[in-house]
Design a protein around this ligand. Structure first.
Ligand SMILES: [Zn+2]
Length: 316
C-alpha cells in the first residue's frame, strides 16, 4: 500500500530551526522572526523525479516568500481519508489528525492517460470555516507521462500555477466570505479585489484594462472558467488557464489577488509583466504552442476549529 513518504525540505528547515531555538539556553533569539505561512508537501506513492521535486521546492519557497503571515491553526478531523476529497484516492492511509498552521498538500505523480490530454488536477479539499476559507489541506495529482516531456522551466510554471490554486487562487473566490467575483455564469466575469486591480493598473496598459475590476476567464469549462485571469487579455501571465511558449511571469496582480483574499503579502518578488494595451490578436494563441492547464478542483468541506466538517458550498 502506498504511504506518505516525505516532508518538504523547507518545512523541515523551519522545524529544525524551531527545535534548535528551543534548545538555545535562553540566549537572545538571533534567527528569523515568527514562522510565517507554513506550506508542506507530502508525497503519495512513489517519490517524483528530481526535476519535479525541484519544481515543488521552488514553488513552496516562492509562495512562502510572498505570503508572509501565518493563519489560524486548525485541527484536521480524526479518521479523515483522502477518499473524502476524491473517491479515486481510496486505499491510502488516513490523514493524521494534526494541528495545521498553514496548508498541507498531498501530491501524487501517477499514470493518468499518457502524454497529452489530461495533465492532472489540483485544488483545496479542506478549507477553514473561519479565516475566509483559506485552505488547510489540498490535493495535487499530475500525469507522469506529461511531466516527463516538460523541461525544468515548464515544470516550474506548471507546479507554481497549480500550487497557487491549492492555496485558494480561483478556488475560493466565490465563497461568501470572499465574494470576489462578479458575472459568474456570464462571458464577462470580473475579479473585484481592489489590490489586484490596482496592481493591474500599475502595469503598463492596465489603466484601461483594469479601470474598475480585473477581467476573469469566462469560458473553457467549469474548472478553467472563473478561476483564472482572462487568457485573451493577460496572455502569458502565469495565472491564465493556458501556458504559452516561453516565460510565464507571476505578476504583482496575481500576488495582490492573494492579498484580496486576506493573506499577508509581500509582492516585491513579482516578475516583470506588462498588460497588453489592447486585446491580443484573435489568433495569438493559435500561432504559439499552448498547454491547457488542469482545471482546478473545488473545496469539499469547511473545517471548524474542533475538526467538524461541513460540505463546502458557494455562490457559483
Ligand atoms: Zn489553473
Amino acid at each position: 500500500m502506498p504511504t506518505f513518504v516525505r516532508i518538504d525540505r523547507s518545512l523541515l528547515a523551519v522545524l529544525l530551526f524551531a527545535s534548535l531555538s528551543a534548545c538555545g539556553g535562553g540566549s537572545t533569539p538571533t534567527g528569523p522572526g515568527p514562522v510565517g505561512y507554513e506550506l508542506e508537501v507530502r508525497w503519495l506513492g512513489t517519490e517524483p523525479t528530481a526535476a519535479t521535486q525541484l519544481s515543488f521546492d521552488r514553488a513552496v519557497a516562492r509562495i512562502r516568500s510572498i505570503v508572509t503571515g501565518g493563519l489560524s491553526p486548525v485541527n484536521l478531523p480524526a479518521n479523515f481519508n483522502l477518499e473524502q476529497c476524491d473517491a479515486s484516492l481510496a486505499g491510502f492511509e488516513d490523514v493524521p489528525a494534526e494541528l495545521v498552521h498553514g496548508l498541507i498538500i498531498y501530491a501524487l505523480v501517477e499514470d493518468i492517460d499518457g502524454p497529452g490530454n489530461v495533465l492532472g488536477s489540483a485544488g483545496p479539499c479542506l478549507v477553514r470555516d473561519t479565516d475566509r476559507s483559506k485552505p488547510a489541506l489540498g490535493i495535487m495529482r499530475l500525469d507522469a507521462a506529461d511531466l516527463a516531456t516538460f523541461p525544468q522551466a515548464r515544470l516550474d510554471q506548471l507546479i507554481l500555477h497549480e500550487t497557487l490554486h491549492v492555496i485558494g487562487f480561483g478556488t475560493v473566490w466565490s465563497d461568501e466570505s470572499n465574494d470576489l467575483l462578479s458575472g459568474v455564469g456570464t462571458d464577462d466575469a470580473r475579479f473585484l479585489g481592489t489590490a489586484a486591480r490596482d496592481a493591474c493598473r500599475d502595469q503598463n496598459g492596465g489603466v484601461v484594462t483594469c479601470a474598475n475590476t480585473v477581467p476573469v476567464h469566462s469560458e473553457d469549462g467549469v474548472g478553467s472558467a472563473y478561476s483564472h485571469w482572462r487568457e485573451s487579455t493577460f496572455g502569458n501571465e502565469l495565472m491564465t488557464p493556458f501556458l504559452q511558449a516561453g516565460a510565464a511571469p507571476l505578476s504583482a496582480m496575481s500576488m495582490r489577488a492573494l492579498q484580496d483574499m486576506g493573506y499577508q503579502v509581500n509582492a516585491s518578488s513579482a516578475d516583470a509583466y506588462v498588460v497588453a494595451a489592447g486585446l491580443r490578436a484573435e489568433d495569438a494563441s493559435a500561432t504559439t504552442p499552448a498547454i491547457a492547464l488542469p482545471e482546478p478542483t473545488r473545496p469539499r468541506y469547511k473545517l471548524g476549529p474542533s475538526g467538524t466538517l461541513v460540505p463546502f458550498g458557494d455562490n457559483r
